[in-house]
Write a protein that binds this ligand. Structure first.
Ligand code: AMP
Ligand code: GLY
Length: 430
C-alpha cells in the first residue's frame, strides 16, 4: 500500500518509522515531514491544511491510505473533504470527520458528550459574552483554583488555572469580552478543579469496535520538578506504573466503552485515534479532555511498544474490521526525552546545526522540529528531537534516553533532567 502521513513532528516521525517496518508498505510519503521522516519515506512540501494540494498528491502518488497526525486538518474537515470527492471517497483516512473531531475542537461539545453518556468528568458550566455576568457570579460559588477553558482550539494555551477569584474574574472577562483567544474563546467552559495524577490512555476505533493502546504519562512543564511554562510535552513514559490493571479496567468500562458507544448512539462516525487525558483521583478516573489524534511526545513511547504491524492496524480501521485485528504490545517500558530549542516555549531561534545524531546508539532519535539545509540537519521548531529508549524498568529506559540525548548538541539546546523520576519512585516502591 502507498501511504501518506500528514504532519511534521516527532509523532509523525514515529508513525513513519513504524509504518516503514510494515510488510504491507510499498511507498511512504510525509507532508510536509522533517529530516527524520525523510529517512523513512519521501517528504512532500505540502501544508497539512492545503486540502487541494493534498488531493493532487494523493491522486498522483496513488495513495491508498492517509494518516492525519495533528488535530487542525481534522477539525477543519480533511476527512469530510475526502468523502465529498468522487476520486478520494474510497481512500481511508485515519482520523475522524469534523463532527467527531469536535471532541477536541470544542470543549463545550466534549463536556456535553460526556454528560450525555455519563462519562466521569469535572462538573462544569459554559458561558458566552452574553452570559458573562452569570459566569462571574458562578466563579463566586466555586473554591480555588479555578479552571477556565476556551471552547475552541487555542494552540494548547486555552486552559487557564487562576488561584484567586480576582484573577479568575479578570481571565473570564479577557476571554469572553476581549476575545483573548479570538474565536476560540467565544465560549468558555468553567469547571471544577480535579486533584490527582494525570495520565493518558489511547484508543483506536473504526467506529464499530476499538483497541486500547498503551497508556502514557507526559511531562508538560518546561522546567524540572514540573515548574515553569506549559509546553507541548517534554518527555513521556509508557506504561504508567500507577495505571494498574484494576484502574485500567475502570477506564475501559466507565470511559472508553461509553465513549465509543456514545459516538455510535449519537450517529457520529469515527475512524481514528481517541486520546483520553485523565486524572487519577484516588484510584477513580475522570476525563480532563479528549483529543482526536495521538499525543506528541506520547506517540514516541506508545508506537514503539506496538509489536504488531501498524499498517495492518490502519488497514483494519479503514475496512471497519478492527474487531478481527490482533494487537500485540511489548511489555517493556519506553521513555522519551525531548530536546528543545533555548527559549522554548517562548521565543526561540531556528536553523541551529545539530551534531552527534550518528552517535546515538541505545535510543531512537525521533525528529520533532528539524530539516535538512545545505547537507546539515538543523533545528526547525521549538521541540527538536525526542530520544526514545526501551528498558525492563523505567530506570533502564530513562538511562538510555539520556545517554542518547547526551550525544546530540545544537546551540542553546535544552532538555529536562527529571523525566520519569516521579514514576521511578513509584516503581521502586512497588
Ligand atoms: P487540557 O488542554 O484540557 O488538557 O488542559 C491542560 C491542562 O490543564 C491539563 O493537562 C491539566 O493539567 C490541567 N487541567 C485541565 N482541566 C483540569 C481540571 N478540571 N482540574 C485540574 N487540572 C486541569
Ligand atoms: N502531549 C500532549 C498533546 O499531544 O496534546
Amino acid at each position: 500500500m502507498n501511504v501518506l502521513i500528514l504532519g511534521s513532528g516527532g509523532r509523525e516521525h514515529a508513525f513513519a518509522w513504524k509504518l516503514s517496518q510494515s510488510k504491507k508498505l510499498s511507498k511512504l510519503f510525509i507532508a510536509p515531514g522533517n529530516a527524520g521522516t525523510a529517512q523513512c519515506g519521501t517528504n512532500l512540501d505540502i501544508s497539512v491544511n492545503d486540502f487541494p494540494g493534498i488531493r493532487t498528491c494523493v491522486l498522483e502518488q496513488k495513495i491508498d491510505l492517509v494518516v492525519v497526525g495533528p488535530e487542525d486538518p481534522l477539525v477543519k474537515g480533511i476527512h469530510d473533504f475526502f468523502l465529498a470527492d468522487e476520486q478520494l471517497k474510497n481512500i481511508p483516512v485515519i482520523g475522524p470527520q469534523k463532527t467527531g473531531a469536535q471532541l477536541e475542537g470544542s470543549k463545550d461539545f466534549s463536556k456535553q458528550f460526556m454528560q450525555r453518556h455519563k462519562i466521569p468528568t469535572a462538573a462544569y458550566q459554559t458561558f458566552t459574552k452574553d452570559s458573562l455576568q452569570e459566569g462571574l457570579a458562578f466563579l463566586e460559588t466555586l473554591k480555588p483554583p479555578y479552571v477556565l477553558k476556551a471552547d475552541g482550539l487555542a494552540a494548547g494555551k486555552g486552559v487557564v488555572i487562576p488561584h484567586t477569584l480576582e484573577e479568575a474574574k479578570a481571565e473570564l472577562t479577557a476571554m469572553l469580552a476581549d476575545a483573548k483567544f479570538g474565536d476560540a474563546s467565544r465560549k468558555v467552559v468553567i469547571e471544577e478543579f480535579l486533584q490527582g495524577i494525570e495520565l493518558s490512555v489511547f484508543v483506536i476505533t473504526d467506529g464499530v469496535s476499538y483497541k486500547l493502546l498503551p497508556s502514557a504519562k507526559d511531562y508538560k512543564r518546561i522546567g524540572d520538578g514540573d515548574t515553569g511554562l506549559n509546553t507541548g510535552g517534554m518527555g513521556a513514559v509508557s506504561p504508567v506504573p500507577f495505571a494498574d490493571e484494576a484502574f485500567l479496567a475502570k477506564v475501559e468500562n466507565r470511559i472508553v466503552k461509553p465513549t465509543v458507544d456514545g459516538l455510535k448512539k449519537d450517529g457520529i462516525p469515527y475512524a481514528g485515534f481517541i486520546f483520553v487525558g485523565l486524572m487519577n483521583c484516588n484510584g477513580e478516573p475522570s476525563v480532563i479532555e479528549y483529543n482526536c489524534r495521538m499525543g506528541d511526545p506520547e506517540t514516541e513511547v506508545v508506537l514503539p511498544r506496538i509489536k504488531s504491524d501498524l499498517l495492518e492496524l490502519f488497514d483494519a480501521v479503514g475496512k471497519k474490521k478492527l474487531a478481527d485485528y490482533k494487537l500485540e504490545i511489548d511489555t517493556r517500558t519506553t521513555t522519551t526525552v525531548m530536546m528543545v530549542a533555548g527559549g522554548y516555549p517562548g521565543e526561540y531561534e531556528k536553523g541551529k546545526i545539530i551534531s552527534g545524531l550518528a552517535d546515538v546508539q541505545d535510543a531512537i532519535a525521533f525528529h520533532a522540529g528539524t530539516k535538512t539545509q545545505h547537507g546539515n540537519v538543523v533545528s526547525n521548531g521549538g521541540r527538536v528531537i525526542a530520544f526514545t529508549a526501551f528498558g525492563d524498568s523505567i530506570g533502564e529506559a530513562i538511562r538510555k534516553s539520556y545517554s542518547g540525548a547526551a550525544c546530540v548538541k545544537f546551540e542553546g539546546c535544552y532538555y529536562r533532567s527529571d523525566i520519569g523520576q516521579d514514576l521511578l519512585k513509584l516503581e521502586t516502591a512497588k
